[in-house]
Design a protein around this ligand. Structure first.
Ligand SMILES: [Zn+2]
Length: 296
């Protein structure tokens, strides 16, 4: 019964098309969130550690990024992630041939547990100095796994530099996702060339985020706009981010060792920023419409 198969095919095609059109903003938020955070297992499972470019290495899990900046005077770690995954973080650093104890400075993307819960434990294990953006300090002070107080050795302001062993990172405040969400920039040298690196803190509009009439964070929507403006002022050669999915790490890792270095991807930066900003603006517009309809 060919006509039946054709008719069924047409019905399914129409259904699929209307499905896509009918995907609610909340569904898009959920899809983006799941893309970034992965499963509970992926957040903790080791991903093969690798050199990205110059003295910059990936030591994170399958869905949570950690970066190691290796210098002759010790190392800088960006993101300790969940405390119970610190053994895998340590293994990744050691698999690359570095000593975990040589970590001198501990930085973070933003004050959520999946990125910074391990700070106290990593400080215990390494003696490293924990540095955090001022606007994230109140959230970090509430992050106390096993009742350990969150260590903070240096409070950073927008534009502050963190230097060790000849490498300098710049802390750029890209607020919104958290009030002190931090995007790190640095320059790496490879093959006689310099490359600008940007490690996006996060601009994700998680399901449940309230951008309008938010009593605990009344300026959150303006913070997001400020964060996007800062990110739009940057133009990295090598875009990286707090989650591997935000910079297509899996696909680039497959091409590791190729020339040119697959992590050099200036276009990929905008391929991430544009839809994430578009989603934020859609969520904001929807919440503004709902607030207006409710007369608030
Ligand atoms: Zn987060």
């Amino acid at each position: 019964m060919l006509w039946r198969r054709i008719a069924l095919g047409m019905v399914l095609t129409v259904l699929a098309a209307s499905d896509l059109a009918a995907q609610t903003i909340l569904e898009r938020q959920e899809a983006m969130f799941r893309r970034n955070v992965g499963t509970r297992e992926q957040q903790r499972a080791q991903f093969p550690p690798h050199r990205i470019a110059g003295n910059l290495y990936y030591v994170g899990s399958q869905s949570l990024s950690s970066f190691l900046v290796a210098t002759p005077e010790g190392h800088i770690l960006i993101n300790t992630n969940w405390e119970d995954a610190v053994p895998n973080l340590r293994k990744s650093v050691e698999d690359l041939g570095f000593d975990f104890e040589d970590i001198e400075i501990i930085l973070g993307s933003h004050a959520h547990g999946d990125h910074m819960q391990g700070d106290a434990l990593v400080k215990d294990l390494t003696g490293g100095q924990v540095m955090a953006m001022a606007q994230d300090v109140p959230l970090l002070e509430r992050m106390t796994p096993g009742d350990k107080p969150h260590p903070i050795d240096r409070v950073l302001q927008d534009g502050d530099e963190v230097t060790l062993g000849g490498t300098t990172l710049v802390a750029r405040l890209t607020p919104g996702h958290t009030p002190g969400c931090t995007t790190w920039t640095m320059t790496v040298e490879e093959g006689g060339e310099s490359y600008e690196v940007v490690i996006i803190g996060s601009m994700g509009s998680n399901p449940g985020f309230q951008f309008v009439n938010n009593p605990t964070n009344p300026t959150i929507a303006d913070q997001y706009k400020q964060g996007f403006a800062v990110l739009r002022s940057l133009s990295p050669d090598i875009p990286l981010a707090s989650h591997p999915a935000m910079y297509n790490m899996y696909e680039k890792y497959e091409r590791l060792g190729e020339t040119p270095n697959p992590f050099i991807d200036p276009v990929g930066y905008w391929a991430e920023i544009d839809p994430v900003e578009e989603l934020f603006l859609a969520v904001l517009a929807e919440q503004e419409r709902e607030a207006a309809a409710a007369g608030r």
